[in-house]
Design a protein around this ligand. Structure first.
Ligand SMILES: Cc1cc2nc3c(=O)[nH]c(=O)nc-3n(C[C@H](O)[C@H](O)[C@H](O)COP(=O)(O)OP(=O)(O)OC[C@H]3O[C@@H](n4cnc5c(N)ncnc54)[C@H](O)[C@@H]3O)c2cc1C
Length: 404
């Protein structure tokens, strides 16, 4: 029997140190610039690809860790460096996760490497679910995919919104309705390869935070993709639709399990921002003097820092637990994946706000990074399921009642 330990192993510590070095030396110094420019930080992605932080091998190695912790450790460090650049590096994994969850082994082998490209020819991926009228309520997607038997192609029409890497990605994974009357059980995911006609970027959004990450609409107009681009394949889709039409249970449980398994990765990023703000404000509170003493000597400031540290550590334990559960295939009976994302996201918002308070006026101006961290943190209570939706998942899981 394995001895219980909360200590990281040597491989995990090495990974943490390596990624931290990149975050501290490459990401941190560039963070302000890319926040102001509000553009995809290509030079940083190139550097990350060159040293092996952006790419298939990095993902594969991190996920090979049977404890589930490696990816969480890496994400915390990257977001500690800068959350916007971290999202620019990690947006591709949203598309990759969808291919891994829904694709056949052949589709995974073909498309996952094409999502990342190579250091000399970098590629990006995107995952498009959200629409102007379907955010939290993904059962009401209007994007349609219709099968054209004559050509063995799927024809996609619709508008996706808020899509990370939308319109600039080389591989778009698009969720569309194939049987609208069946709601979320009548949906399927499609790969739209680079160079496909009928897919284009709509509006690019100007955001409050994570501004180095590109977010835009994706418009699909008679966009034709080969039959082989339906993730999972047509036979499996037809079987699923037949099952649903007979009133049998669809694989809703499986989809939920996939979401629960990916949520700790979002929590880990929120955690990184919170830790950055906590560390910075702790140092500041020791240096800054008012009334002849360091401001940390006042309980009002010291207790804030004590609470910040406590919430950050608690968030990390929830993130690590959920990631360990996903890696060891434990069932998320109490919405533990949602708990980790919810708690870490709300902790990041709270901790970064307190950090501004500790820095006073210096916290509020762009010469210091703290206001950026607060702006960056807010998205973690919104995307990948809002805080309210996470609470729905947890309360339904613990009660067995369909809480509204
Ligand atoms: C920067 C950014 C990047 C994103 N990246 C992607 C991406 O790559 N791919 C993608 O598909 N999507 C992406 N999204 C979309 C994101 O997932 C959605 O914004 C999110 O799911 C919320 O949907 P919505 O904005 O339509 O809000 P709504 O669903 O309209 O929610 C509005 C408010 O109502 C609340 N609410 C809704 N339903 C309920 C309910 N039943 N009970 C209680 N409260 C409820 C919500 O919690 C929220 O507070 C991104 C969004 C942003 C801002």
């Amino acid at each position: 029997m394995t001895e219980f330990s909360m200590e990281l192993n040597d491989d995990q510590k090495t990974l943490q140190e390596w990624v931290h070095g990149f975050a501290a030396n490459v990401m941190r110094p560039a963070a302000h610039e890319w926040d102001e420019r509000e553009e995809t930080p290509w030079p940083i992605i190139e550097e990350a690809a060159k040293i092996g932080i952006y790419g298939l091998d990095f993902m594969a190695n991190a996920f090979a860790d049977k404890t589930g912790l490696s990816m969480m450790i890496a994400l915390e460090e990257l977001a500690w460096g800068d959350a916007g650049i971290c999202m620019a590096l990690m947006g591709t994994t949203l598309g990759v996760a969808a291919i891994m969850a829904n694709g056949t082994p052949e589709q995974q082998m073909e498309w996952v490497p094409r999502c990342f490209g190579t250091p000399d020819d970098i590629k990006l991926a995107a995952f498009g679910v959200s629409e102007p009228d379907a955010g939290s309520d993904v059962s009401s997607l209007r994007t349609r995919a219709v099968y054209d038997e004559a050509t063995d192609e799927w024809v996609l029409n619709g508008t996706k919104t808020w899509i990370t890497n939308g319109g600039i990605a080389d591989v778009h994974v698009i969720v569309a309705s194939v049987a609208p009357e069946l709601g979320s059980r009548g949906q399927a995911s499609f790969i739209v390869p680079e160079g496909t006609k009928g897919i284009r970027m709509g509006q690019k959004f100007q955001k409050m935070g994570i501004r180095a990450s590109h977010t835009a609409e994706v418009i699909l107009e008679d966009c034709r993709v080969p039959g082989a681009c339906l993730l999972g394949g047509k036979d499996k889709l037809d079987e699923k639709l037949a099952r649903v039409r007979e009133g049998k249970k669809a694989s809703g449980q499986a989809a939920m399990a996939t979401f629960e398994a990916t949520r700790p990765a979002v929590g880990a990023q929120a955690l990184g921002i919170a830790r950055a703000a906590y560390e910075y404000s702790l140092e500041y509170a020791k240096e800054r003097k008012q009334f002849g003493k360091a401001i940390i000597e006042n309980q009002a400031i010291a207790f804030k820092l004590a609470d910040m540290k406590m919430h950050i550590d608690a968030a990390r334990l929830l993130v690590w637990r959920a990631s360990w559960m996903a890696a060891t295939r434990k069932p998320f009976l109490n919405g533990e994946g949602s708990m980790s994302k919810l708690y870490a996201g709300e902790t990041a918002v709270k901790v970064t706000e307190e950090a501004i308070q500790i820095l006073g006026g210096y916290g509020y101006v762009r010469d210091y990074p703290v206001e950026r961290w607060h702006r960056d943190s807010k998205i973690y209570t919104i995307f990948e399921g809002t805080s309210e939706i996470q609470r729905l998942v947890i309360s339904r899981a613990i009660s067995g009642i369909r809480i509204q």
